[in-house]
Write a protein that binds this ligand. Structure first.
Ligand code: ADP
Length: 279
């Protein structure tokens, strides 16, 4: 991947308790403008990695660089300002008594002008389909509405890097589609996007790169075709197989003239054709 490395993790580890590392010796270069899906089973360390990237947690070992600058206690705000995180639990992010105030809070904290704050808030409200809810108290919204407010909160901050921790959880189909349109829009603006998800179909169609985490480590790093072609990896890291990847394989087994292209992992294709793939 060409382009500037916006975030660099060098041997980053983090432990909540002395017995176990939640994130262990992670090395990764994240380039400006990349669309990255972070996959892996529950407890793999995805959320912890995001909290480290955003400066909420500090590495126990190793270092993080933002645009070439090593992050220390003194300049930790560089991460907090430039890397926005949308938490899995939307409630943990809400602080204001109304939705508009909630979304205004970040831009006002950045000491932006009233006009610029109003522009960003209006944009974030329209991105996340929140028209009509502006004056409602966030705590009385449904789970999906709260999620949309928490995403709007970060959109209004206009960070360079967005970390979405399972953003589609609790969104209905219409708002999931809307979210994907917003992700495309942010990507078109050159934003760097990392999304932790269990949705293999989404990762397949959306991500340029997939990081697979397991046991606190980055187990694999590659394009979606490179990752999903690894049957043992997918099985061990509990990754579902994307539907389009399966269809592609079934197409190959049902080629005309009865000729079968035998793929590298022929056994998987056999089971796919018999409808036995893991879900
Ligand atoms: P994921 O997001 O992939 O599900 P997490 O980063 O939440 O994984 O968790 C990684 C490991 O750290 C797990 O073993 C989890 O139990 C542990 N962990 C996460 N948060 C805490 C916490 N606040 N205190 C103690 N352990 C935690």
């Amino acid at each position: 991947m060409s382009g500037e490395s916006i975030l660099r993790l060098c041997d980053v580890s983090f432990s909540y308790s002395p017995e176990r590392q939640a994130v262990s010796r992670v090395c990764a270069d994240i380039h400006a403008g990349e669309r990255i899906a972070v996959l892996g089973p529950n407890g793999a360390g995805k959320s912890t990695l995001f909290l480290l990237l955003n400066g909420v947690l500090r590495p126990s070992e190793g270092s993080i660089r933002y645009l070439g600058k090593t992050i220390t206690e003194k300049n930790i705000n560089v991460l907090r300002r430039n890397v926005g995180i949308i938490f899995q639990d939307a409630d943990s992010q809400m602080i204001a008594p109304g939705v508009r105030e909630e979304i205004s809070f970040g831009p006002m904290n950045l000491k932006l002008s009233r006009e610029e704050t109003a522009r960003r808030v209006a944009y974030a409200i329209s991105c996340m389909n929140l028209q009509g809810l502006e004056e409602r108290p966030p705590h009385y919204l449904s789970g999906g509405e709260k999620k949309r407010v928490s995403i709007a909160d970060i959109i209004a901050m206009e960070p360079a890097v967005f970390l979405f921790d399972e953003p589609a959880a609790s969104l209905d189909c219409a708002n999931e589609e809307k979210l994907e349109a917003v992700l495309d829009d942010l990507s078109g603006q050159g934003k760097t996007l990392l999304i932790s998800t269990h949705d293999a179909d989404f990762a397949w169609r959306w991500a340029q790169r997939v990081l697979v985490m397991q046991g606190g480590m980055v187990r694999a790093d590659g394009t979606p075709p490179e990752i999903f072609a690894q049957e043992a990896l997918c099985r061990e890291a509990n990754l579902k197989c994307p539907t389009l990847y399966r269809i592609k394989d079934v197409g190959r087994t049902q080629s005309p003239e009865g000729e079968r292209e035998i793929p590298a992992d022929g056994g998987r294709i056999e089971s796919t054709a018999r409808g036995e793939m893991r879900e």
